[in-house]
Ligand binder design. Sequence first.
Ligand code: ATP
Length: 370
Amino acid sequence: MTTDRTFNVAVMPGDGIGQEIMPVCLEILDAVKSRVGGFELSYIPAPAGAQVYLDTGDAYPQSSRDIAAQADAILLGAMGLPSVRYQDGTEITPQLDLRFDLGLYAGVRPVRSIPGAPNPLSDERGQAIDFVLIRESTEGLFASHGKGTVDDNRATDTMVITRDTCERLFDFSFALARRRKTEGKRGCVTCVDKANIFASMAFFRSVFNERAALNTDLDADYAYVDAMALNMIRRPWDFDVLVTENMFGDILSDLGAGLIGGMGMAPSADIGDNNAVFQPCHGSAPDIMGSGKANPTAMILSAAMMLDWLGLRHDNSRCVKAGALLSAAVDDAFSGNRLLPHELGGTDGTAAIAGAVMAALRGLDVPDGL
Ligand code: ATP
């Protein structure tokens, strides 16, 4: 008899609503794992964040860093509280440390409208919004984090773009577009930059062109970031995979979340060559913590991305199927306008949405043929 592969998942609920959406997410993960079978999940708590800083004086203890580095995947709720800061006034951000420590260069931000879930753009042509924004997550303008200079008259932050990271970022983007093409998507990667103004961005685009030349089965396209902000509103259904610099991606990914109904609907992953963190796009939302209003959808969809990534990476098709089932259960729960989260003006909070996803999970068949 073969034993099911156990994946070790470092669990970082973090702060604010992270503490509320993580427990329901783990219950749902257990349910999907039991439905599909063929793999096990072991959760290893890795405390970090503002509350841990208040309790211990260290926001991201070495023990948690070690757990994160050794885990098969990392599941994160949300970190930081505006009221808790380091002495220099900056916020507590172990989620940024994770990206730099583990080299998680590919920030994957799916922008997919869930049929039946309200979204601010009505698409008269009946086309769904379904693109993925890849935000470079270890350099760009964020390379200056903690290194900027300031005196009485002048402040500077420096943008850093390296060939090595660009090559891996673009290869990741083309590989994702290739997989999406097998699912009937366009197979097109759009480089989003400001190559007409900055040397760093012209370099970004030139490396993109080199990698595009190695992926001629896919289309390559270009957009300036300002035009992309316009077109994400005017015609978001036209895009497939967008790849961009860290700061541009930071801004465009919140715009993307807005396109699909708000922060509580937007999942994400930060992926490197050997590790990955899965977390909702939103922060700890202190304004609603403790109220039961937090929408757990982004957290649940991030967990579905984790199952897909683990399954592909370890050649475990049951785990890939579990990810697809979980994503389908979210779609099913929202179908027919049955859920309206608080952030969209409704009355459905954490318990109602998690309960609906759990019920949908029980009713759906496990997808076959993946
Ligand atoms: P950070 O800087 O840590 O990313 P932020 O300042 O962008 O955080 P969020 O914590 O993401 O802010 O919250 C922005 C707004 O969105 C708040 O009004 C918050 O209540 C709301 N919000 C965020 N996440 C959710 C959620 N899961 N469910 C409901 N509302 C949410």
